[in-house]
Design a protein around this ligand. Structure first.
Ligand code: FES
Length: 284
């Protein structure tokens, strides 16, 4: 048995021999993810019938909230992706009255939030940014034991199931793009909001198709990829997924920005405080 050689690592929170600005990445990530979480939570509550927002004059109350969920224009709807699919609690008789204060976002955000929260890339990012577990490569962290993703973190194994929900979102969000183009009398039109929703579908697709679990779903458990059309199709899908997977970090971060921007665009076009207009580019 060989002798144990301790690694010459400095001890103490943040202690390291590294001379590069190793802290920049985790700090920027903490700011970025923290901002996005706070924004999504704020928007979710904004359309809720919740007492504190009544005091601010922002409560769903009578008639479906502040109307900042969707730009309604001559029969077309540019619906914010944070509120899609639209479930308005008091419109469903099966929903207990005690839940009517919830905003539509609270019913559906659990799926995208669960998908991103259990994503392999995001796990690495927020373990470092928020929990210092680890702080960074070759940087001493506040606690030393490492138990892997056991205990409560076993919930991360649900990622593949959140993937199924994320896949189901793609046609739903695509349908929202369609609804943004249909106007009264069967007319068609395209506004800036349509393009924003379309960009969101593209970004979310790139993020979803590069998911490690998706790549395993289409290509895993098989070493027979030629011959019949079935195996060939799987091979092609696996190749496509691999391309996205190699850029998963970028799709993860940019798609998060786009979904929040799409919501902010709808918010800014519907709240007089901003006074934005959803300009028509064609038809309508
Ligand atoms: S690993 Fe990132 S979405 Fe699945």
């Amino acid at each position: 048995m060989g002798e144990k050689i301790p690694l010459p690592l400095k001890k103490g929170f943040g202690a390291t021999d590294r001379v590069d600005a190793w802290w920049k990445g985790p700090s920027a990530m903490a700011f970025y993810l923290g901002f996005m979480v706070v924004y999504a939570t704020w928007r979710g509550f904004m359309e809720a019938d919740f007492w504190i927002f009544e005091d601010f004059g922002r409560s769903a109350g009578v008639g479906h909230g502040n109307g900042t969920m969707s730009i309604d224009n001559n029969g077309s709807h540019v619906l914010s992706p944070l509120f899609s699919p639209l479930i308005i609690p008091d419109e469903y008789s099966w929903m207990p009255e005690a839940l009517w204060w919830l905003s539509p976002a609270m019913f559906i955000l659990i799926f995208p939030a669960g998908f991103r929260g259990t994503c392999y890339y995001y796990r690495k990012a927020y373990y470092r940014a928020f929990f210092q577990h680890p702080t960074a490569c070759a940087v001493s962290k506040p606690w030393n034991e490492y138990k892997g993703e056991t205990g409560l973190l076993i919930v991360q194994n649900l990622h593949r199931y959140f993937l199924y929900a994320a896949i189901a979102y793609l046609p739903i969000l695509s349908f929202d793009v369609y609804l943004s183009m249909r106007f009264e009398g069967g007319n068609w039109g395209i506004s800036v909001g349509t393009l924003v929703l379309l960009l969101n579908v593209v970004m979310l697709s790139g993020y979803t198709f590069g998911c490690h679990a998706f790549r395993h779903l289409v290509g895993g458990g098989s070493n027979h990829w030629t011959g019949d059309s079935g195996p060939t199709l799987r091979y092609r899908m696996w190749k496509m997924s691999t391309w996205f997977n190699e850029r998963h970090k970028e799709w993860a971060l940019y798609s998060l920005f786009v979904v929040m921007f799409a919501d902010f665009y709808v918010y800014a076009c519907t709240d007089p405080m901003f006074g934005w207009t959803d300009y028509m580019l064609w038809g309508g």
